[in-house]
Design a protein around this ligand. Structure first.
Ligand code: CA
Length: 256
């Protein structure tokens, strides 16, 4: 990357030009980076363009919302610390008209905002500082789950040698049916609908039990414990049902 600042017009954010831009193909996934710090944008853009993604930048929340409408990107990397309208308020405004995958980027001191952003419809999060490998892995997962949502035909979610049929609500391992209670199944189905994404405790309660149970976060802990004992090879060191400390849980279906 050249050390000079990004070129950006005042009202129309431009594609970030990186060294790898010539390797991009027309149908490469597009990623919108909503971030006001040009150094961060350059770092993100360099890694993403090397992977062949098309990258755009919006340096404020307002521009980010406008860019999602204008360009219909495949994924939005949204910094929560923005001038003007903050990142947290951007999430519901994007969600109001777009199902695009949103990954929020937050600083350590924005833990509470992270939960709110996820509850408002963000799909995943990254906490600064994070590695390029972590960023790329989250983006691959995000793009995959968007593809999955798009062809809603996918009704089977697999992890390890498990196979969960969302339609028939059956979990099998190899040719053996795994017996789960309706509650355990409801929880697993919710996690599987958001496979590889972090699902907040609030969302788990609302989607598995209904909105009357929002304050019963203890339920989730108890049932996750039971589910792990039934599913994990080593329940204390889960491979699939991961805890996202202070946020919720994630069903891991891939090693990314
Ligand atoms: Ca920022």
């Amino acid at each position: 990357m050249t050390p000079e600042p990004l070129q950006k017009s005042a009202d129309a954010p431009e594609q970030v030009e990186g060294l790898a831009s010539r390797t991009q193909v027309a149908d490469a996934p597009t990623i919108l980076i909503v971030e006001d710090d040009p150094r961060m944008v350059r770092v993100f853009a360099a890694s993403l363009e090397t992977e062949g993604y098309r990258v755009f930048n919006a340096d404020s929340g307002e521009r980010g919302i406008a860019e999602v409408r204008a360009r219909n990107p495949d994924l939005v990397l949204l910094d929560l610390g923005l001038p003007g309208i903050d990142g947290l308020s951007v999430v519901p405004q994007i969600r109001a008209h777009s199902g695009v995958c949103i990954i929020v980027v937050s600083a350590r001191e924005q833990e509470k905002d992270k939960v709110k952003a996820l509850d408002a419809g963000a799909n995943d999060y990254l906490t600064k500082p994070f590695s390029t490998l972590e960023l790329l892995a989250r983006i691959r997962v995000g793009l995959r789950s968007r593809a999955r949502t798009r062809d809603a035909v996918e009704r089977i979610v697999t992890f390890g040698d498990y196979r969960l049929d969302l339609q028939r609500r059956r979990l099998s391992r190899g040719d053996r049916l795994v017996r789960l209670s309706p509650t355990e199944l409801a929880l697993l189905v919710t996690l599987a609908r958001h496979a590889d994404e972090v699902v907040t405790t609030n969302t788990l309660l609302k989607e598995s039990w209904g909105s009357g149970y929002r304050t019963r976060s203890g339920y989730v802990r108890v049932y996750m414990h039971v589910l792990r004992r039934k599913i994990e090879n080593e329940p204390t060191r889960p491979e699939y049902l991961l805890t996202e400390s202070g946020l919720g849980y994630r069903l891991r279906t891939s090693q990314d």
